[in-house]
Design a protein around this ligand. Structure first.
Ligand code: ATP
Length: 261
């Protein structure tokens, strides 16, 4: 059996602790099935990368897994139990475009701690650590919304990591950043992993997937077309959808002659 921890074939998963799993997950909107019968398992300590064409359902899947939207069918389990409010506090999410409070950099960080009931001296210590981690000490009193895109994304990462989440969802966190800022975000992701945070990362960047990922889940039309180790899929994709996408082609299931873009 392959090392894949995302089980789409009903094989038994590898013997690692499952942090998050989904069974038969579906999401419908306006009469359309946008996420279709997704089964997956995310194991503790791994970095699972989700790739797929624009509109294949990557963001929707992350939102479902983080409990931001309700599935039309199927179940999501967190550490073997349900994905409730307490479970969600053990997770964090960073979006492509950071959503900042109209407050200072430091106040944005403090808010994340307040929500999780961290007060007093510990709040101060964690705030200082997060500012240092994201190299934002000199900007701590600035309004968060005037920061550059790269600085805002570092703040979004620091705010997500300040509570040392068990699982961090990242939705194209470097899509609008230059190479230096992207590298800074990748370093923060690596640090998070070293500190024990499990990662689920949506990216279109195969290099980033290779640098950071262990397992890859390839989505096509809301379904998992292929799942397995990142290097295996990037080097030798087996599904037509992944082959076409990685080869720079559009795959239209009803039209076997895929177009080159
Ligand atoms: N609330 C909604 N109602 C109806 N359709 C939606 C809704 N949310 C997303 N969609 C549609 O679902 C499909 C998947 O969207 P999603 O944002 O998950 O794609 P994606 O794979 O993340 O794409 P991209 O790579 O462009 O970010 C798209 O066709 C989108 O228009």
């Amino acid at each position: 059996m392959s090392e894949a921890l995302i089980d789409i074939t009903n094989h038994k998963p590898a013997a690692r602790e499952t942090l998050l799993s989904a069974q038969g997950l579906c999401f419908d909107a306006r009469g359309q099935r946008l996420i279709d019968s997704v089964n997956l398992e995310v194991a503790t300590g791994r970095c699972t990368v989700i790739m797929g064409a624009n509109g294949s359902g990557k963001s929707l899947l992350l939102r479902l897994l983080h409990g931001l939207i309700t599935p039309s069918a199927g179940t999501i389990n967190w550490r073997g139990g349900s994905l409730d409010h307490v479970a969600r506090l053990q997770q964090a999410m960073v979006f492509q475009r950071p959503v900042m409070l109209r407050r200072s950099v430091a106040a944005n960080l403090r808010f994340a701690l307040k929500v999780r009931g961290v007060h007093g001296a510990e709040r101060k210590t964690r705030e200082a650590e997060a500012l240092a981690l994201a190299k934002l000490e000199n900007l701590k009193d600035k309004p968060a919304r005037v920061l550059s895109g790269g600085e805002q994304q570092r703040l979004a990462m620091a705010r997500a990591l300040i509570s040392t989440p068990a699982l961090l969802f990242l939705d194209e966190p470097t899509a609008s950043l230059d190479p230096a800022s992207s590298l800074a975000i990748e370093r923060l992701i690596e640090t998070a992993r070293e500190n024990g945070t499990t990662i689920v990362l949506v990216t279109h960047d195969a290099g980033q997937a290779r640098r950071l990922g262990d397992d890859l889940l390839f989505l096509h039309n809301g379904q998992i077309a292929e799942a397995g180790p990142v290097t295996r899929i990037l080097e030798a994709p087996q599904s037509e959808a992944a082959q076409a996408w990685l080869g720079g082609r559009i795959f239209v299931p009803d039209n076997p002659k895929s177009e080159t873009i």
